[in-house]
Design a protein around this ligand. Sequence first.
Ligand code: ADE
Length: 228
Amino acid sequence: MIGIIGAMQEEIELLKSKIINIKETKIYENIYYSGIMNRKEIVITKCGIGKVNAAFVTQTLITNFNISAIINIGLSGSVSEELNIGDIVISNRLVYHDVDVTAFGYNLGQIPSFENTFFEADDELINSAKKNEKEDVHIGIIATGDQFINNLEKRREIKEKFNALCVEMEGAAIAHICFLNKVPFVVIRSISDKASGEADSQFEKNLKFATEKLAKILEKIIGDYNGI
Ligand code: ADE
């Protein structure tokens, strides 16, 4: 089964309507919608905002369903000039931009005892996503933290320190749990804002457009993925 996790109701609502034979399972306070999408068995759920919510739901999903891959979808603020509103970013790697144990010699973003600072997304999933590559689909680093980024200074810092394309609030936590469980994953985000001073109003204005683009590409990726 492919597990799909979105942070917000809007992000999963469109996809829910494309599931055949939909079944609802409630675990704790969360509803997991399972069924068939594009000939593949999937289960989709909403995790809420932030790293801890994302980690909790990812582990619950893996523990309770027969999950062979996870796709995290959602919106994201761009930190790179090459990205426009509505562009799609496919993760090759994820990093925490708000983890700092440099005092003990670790890299910025690195969790102590972990060998790597970046969580590597799965090649097979990236390749399925790449088939849909057009000029508005980019592959690169996504940075995650418990902050909605809406200032230019912070935006520049994240780009410079991590060479990230965009920033969001769940991806690396989902990647982290997938890494611990040895489950392949990819994060696919649609750009809703430029993480600058107007990011909050841009986010609200572009929510619908960016979410629709995401739903379209996700359906295709699920059809193309042969890793299960
Ligand atoms: N998700 C969408 N836009 C974002 C931003 N600017 N910062 C963090 N997460 C986001």
